[in-house]
Design a protein around this ligand. Sequence first.
Ligand SMILES: [Zn+2]
Length: 877
Amino acid sequence: MQIKKLITLTTLTIFILTTILTPIALAQTGIITGSIVNVREGPGTNYDTVGSIQKDTETTVIDTSDDWYKIQTDNLTGWVAEWLVNINEKLKIEVDRDLVNIRTGPDTTYSSLDQATKGDTYTLIQDQGDWLKIRLTDGSEAYIFADLVKIIKPENQEPQEKDIEILRKIEVTASSVNLRSGPDTSYDKVDEVSRGTILNVISEPKDGWYQVKLENGDTPYIAGWLVKTIQEETSTPVPADKIPTVLINGEIKTFEVDPIIENGRTLVPLRAIFEAMGAVVEWDNDTRTVTAVKNNTVVVLPIGSTEPTVNDEKWELDVPAKIVQDRTLAPLRFVGEAFGGEVDWDNDTRTVTIDGDTTKHNPKYVNVNGDEVELRTSPSSDSESIATARSGDRMIVVDERDGWYQVSRGGRLAWVEGWVTEVEGDDEKEAEPVETPVDDSDKPISDKESLNLSGDESAPVSDGKINISTRLTSDGYRLVMKTASGITPDIVERDNGKKIVFTFEGVKTRDGRVETSFYLGSGRDERIPINAITRDDTTWVTVDMPKVYDYEISEEKNSNKQVFTIPSQIKTIREMTLRNGNHVLAINSISEMKYEEKKDGDKLYLDLPGTYKGAADSNYRLSGAGASNIDVNQSTDPVNTELKINLKDIKDYQITQSSNKDAINVILFPKDPVIPPSQSEPQDEKISVVIDPGHGGSDPGAIGYSGSLTEKEVALDISLMVEEILKEEGIDIIMTRTDDTYVGLYERAEMANDEEADLFVSIHADAHPMSDRHGTTTFYYAPEDRSSLYEQEIERSLLADLIQEELVEQIRRMDRGTRQANFAVLRETEMPSALVEVAFMTNPTEEELLKKDSFRQISAEGIANGILKYIDLMLDK
Ligand SMILES: [Zn+2]
């Protein structure tokens, strides 16, 4: 007994020594045994993951350290835990005949390198059927005909040991824990582990005990309540700081499932990106296939396949698409480029940029109305039937020809006769306006939204925890309090409804405290603090509103989500009579408003569905010519505010909405306008506009991405073009500069004030440290606490809105909206003023555009059109 044990020990020692000392342990082939294995920067789980690798992948082991192997594949080098790689000696072959040719390739047409003799042995690299790939003694690879050799098993192989599958990893959470020979404290203690030790679990828990596999091959048991499951080595989430940022047309996209890196390839959520690119995505569960359609492009991607098709043309992928948490992840380049996008990867910032057309595809669907309908390979009843559809089946239409529809079904394209189908929504379609509103989900997150975005409401929450998140949605400002078990809180209103306190029993916030805020309105100046505090096992969430706002409380997902919403509600309704006698009714909300208008006789009904009456009065009266009464009423189910405007003395009206959608202006044109005496001017006086080219002289303004273009040059050129257009319309133009000279900011405002100009428009190009930032913004300034400016709030915001709208219409860059900003030229000018940032100098694409004469010309036209529209509505008689 004693002796036997000793012998075993000696054998083991020799074996270990051999492994360490023999140089062939290096540069050996290793086969990955875990299903998906993380590859790390260094030999330990504390190192970052550089990628992952799949089971059965052949790798070259180039170094070892402790229990780790440094491995190399075609596109990945890094460290893998030793127990996940099988580098035991490979299978060998023994040559069975004399004079067998060893060739350079798997075919007799390849040249012969050498001739082997019976009894010669070689390492087998790969069995290719008739031919075997082998390694010669000099390390090179060659081929030999399989029938002429026999495969021999290496010695010392213990296959049953290697086959044990590691289910997951656990970490010891108690300071010292016994390992026992069985799943019960009555079994012998065989070892002891300390807190932080990571163990590999090899069986599902038995009575709360895990069986684990130790490095020495032993498989003892450990109590399940003294350990916690840690992220499995076999799953491949990217560490938080390594999650790639995805920008689509310069705007950050967030996903419910983060991108991952696999075999050195970035996999991104397919549906979210395809939808952002405007495509319609369908999932067929039977064939586990994703089909995405946009206009005439059809992408078909079966899960697990490395050969998706784009319009029937095969694309090769390095790694297949896979499902992670119910979401399909697919290689980035494919996802970005399938619909014609341009994809770029910046390794330093780990940023993925996808640029392309994101116009939404409005798909057409057909419903089958025949009992059994054949789906065929071409639009002809002679062609082969590849599937059958039944009455009520709904399919997306990809193409049409000769009365047939090409449809997508289960990842395959087929043709169906038009007369056995009904096109969905056919009659409605015709009535629809040409311009369909853009879907909200496509809208990039603006700064305003991101300011109101904290936490992630889709993130999972563990038992005993509460997750707090906020975001701005089209329904308003949304606060989500999420618990795993769906705890219904106690809700109390304090301070006359300004303070709402939610009490959650039995849950804690992650760090004991959460502080976040809502920032309301386009000026984002009204802050609503939200605080969550945990004491013992109770968490209080407090919303502290500076004034009473309408709010809604609801439950979602079987009460897992307690949702507090401050919905759209009117902040102010203001009216003014313009110097041309027109009236303006300006309705401002704290967030987006939708509106519907309906004229009935001499009444105009303006409905704001989903918007509360909020701070609005019930009645407004416009006096003077075209006097009008306006009633404001709110219904609650559903929430709707209705404005009834009397048009008895009004000959016409026009409604404008700000690009932020939080302001609506109704401009009323009286039948007999009377110019208010205080604002009347000599009949022949022309309208004068100050055009202010930003920067100049010693102040170059922003420098372009490439380093050559200056903002002062762009601003001057566009300004001179605006001047020319407006002069032709008979408008007096005052330029603050006409050449490359320096003019101070106050000087610019003073020039406009001295001339008593009607409008002031400053022209700039934007800059940002992040080169992906792009788009068009127009600023104005009329804060509530500066009365002289606030008096012009309607005019200033409308000037900015009209310039922004017309400019974006012309240059088609991203609409970043209108904003308030305390710029000297906006603050110091006494007339309505706006400052436009045409596009970003610091964005390579937009810099190229800003260099172009044609782009400057359409920019000038857009700005001029906005100014002209303003003059038409607000100033012209
Ligand atoms: Zn500037």
